[in-house]
Each structure stands twice: as structure tokens, then as C-alpha cells.
Write a protein that binds this ligand. Sequence first.
Ligand code: SF4
Length: 336
Amino acid sequence: EEFVLDVRSMKKYFPIKQGFMKKTVGFVRAVDDVHIQIRPGETLGLVGESGCGKTTLGRCVLRAIEPTSGTTLFQNRQGEVKDVMKLNNHELRAIRRDMQLIFQDPYSSLNPRMTVLSIIAEPLICNGMARGDALKERVMELMEMVGLNSRHLERYPHAFSGGQRQRIGIARALATNPKFIVCDEAVSALDVSVQAQIINLLQDLQEKLHLSYLFISHDLGVIQHISNRVGVMYVGKMVETAATKELFKNPQHPYTEALLSAKPMPDPRKKSNRIILAGEVANPAKPPSGCYFHPRCPYAQDICKSQAPEWKQVGEGHYSACHFAGELQLQGAVAQ
Ligand code: SF4
């Protein structure tokens, strides 16, 4: 099968240093042996509680931070497959045109002293992709593409609303004509109505420009709306992946079931089947033995304490890391 992105055995361990000598006394396993694949034109949603490693994974995939180990095979615009982890600085700069990142906070990610023109033009100038009149024209084209008034070129970020600022961030990410974008909590800082507009924009752009997204969010509603497939992370590990509909209807990991049960009910008169998990999210510096979820899992058995579950296929494109995947009667999200 054809993939834009094929991530294998991705690991990011942050050393824990202690004392005067700054001795390494352990590691925070922020991302622990994760595999993901994204097809052309597809959105893979990545969900999990804060601190589960999804943001770190998104950064590692692009090598925006250096992973501890792992490979990212990426097919660039020319159709060549490259291992992003093996590229030198020069090659990395070239491939970054094809892979971009959109951040959560449109307020802090834009330089307040730069005009919209210079913000959007910057990646074009850095990559030597346009200059002079052509540069200005390209910036105006990008502004129109994201629904901004292209006459507002000389304005500063503070003159725009939150939603408009996120549009500026998107225009900047699109400037180099990428084919893959990591959207990291890209709509989380926005009001719900503005969120919907930005999500629609991202979907329109995806279709028009044939983009693939890795869409990171803690918000299941947003993930359900935008993703073709979903990956659920818990304490640095991927615990389940499936097509979106399948995952919401037929979860095969107890953690996914618990997450889904916490999704706000569309109809407040209906009874919530919310599962309240015991205990705290595991500490990635000192993960529990066996299955990391076992101290909180309502279905845990003895084997869960001693043995880490394998990644099991439970259906077409449906995988779960649970000893009892496929055997438990788990409850999906309540139909909307
Ligand atoms: Fe729960 Fe055991 Fe499955 Fe882990 S392996 S999710 S503890 S049932």
C-alpha cells in the first residue's frame, strides 16, 4: 500500500537528571515504540490525555525534535521515499518544505512585530522559492486560499481575531506547498464556532491540495469529525488504531472505551454511561509493570500486571494492545 508517511518504532526518551553531577537516573518514555502510517489525502487523528506523548510524537515525526530512535519514511513531492531520520541538515531543510507544522496557539506562534506579508513570505524567502512581485502575489494568493482579505497584507497579527490568526498560521504552513501537515491542537484555543470554520477550511484545503494530516487533539468530537482513522495513545504507547467509525462504535481497548464514555453527551437528557477510571494517569518516568493501563483498567487480570500486551489485529485495519482485545464486550460512543 502507498503511504505518505510510515513511522516505525519511534521512541523519545527524555533523560531524568539528578544532583550536582547531573547524573542520568532514569528516562521519561514520552514516546515508546510507536508505529503509524498515513496514506495520501488521509487524516490520522491522534487522541489521548495531555502528557500521553502525542505532541512529542508529532514533533519527532518531523524531526522538529530529535527522537531517541525510530524511522520516518516520507514520500516527498517528487515521489521519492526518504528516511527523515537519516537526512543531513541540508536535506532536512529541503524536505521540510513538504512537511509542515501548525501549532495550537495562534497568539504566540506569530511574531507580533512582523506584518502578515512578512510572516507568510518568510518560508518562501528562506527556501528561495519566490522574490519581488512574485513573492507578494504568492502571499496574496495564500491569504485568499485561507479566506483572508489579501488587501490586509501590511497589518500586524494583533489586528486580527483568533480565528484569523490561525488562518495566517495555516497560510504560512501552506506557503512551501507541503503534502503533509502535523496539526497540533490546531483548533483547541478557539471558540467552538470558530473551531468549526477552521476545521472546514482544513478539510477544503486537504481536498484541493491533496494534503495528508496528522491531527493531534485531546478533543474526541473534533477527532471524530476530521479523521479517517484514529490512534489512541496512553503513556507514550499507541494502544488502539482503527477507522474512525469503527473505533467509536466498536472500541477494542478498555482505555478507548473509557475515553469515549467521557465524551460529552449531545443529548443531556440521556443517561451518561461515563466510566470513571480509578487512579491517576501513569507516570511515564515510572510506568507500571505489564500493561501500563492495568492499575486503572476495570478488566485487568493477573497477566496484565506481569506481561505487556502485544499489538493484536482484531479486524480490518483495527489493532489493539490489550491481552483481551476482541474478547471483551466494550461499549462504544453513544450514537449522536
Ligand atoms: Fe486492561 Fe489488561 Fe487489556 Fe491492559 S491488557 S487494557 S490491563 S485488560
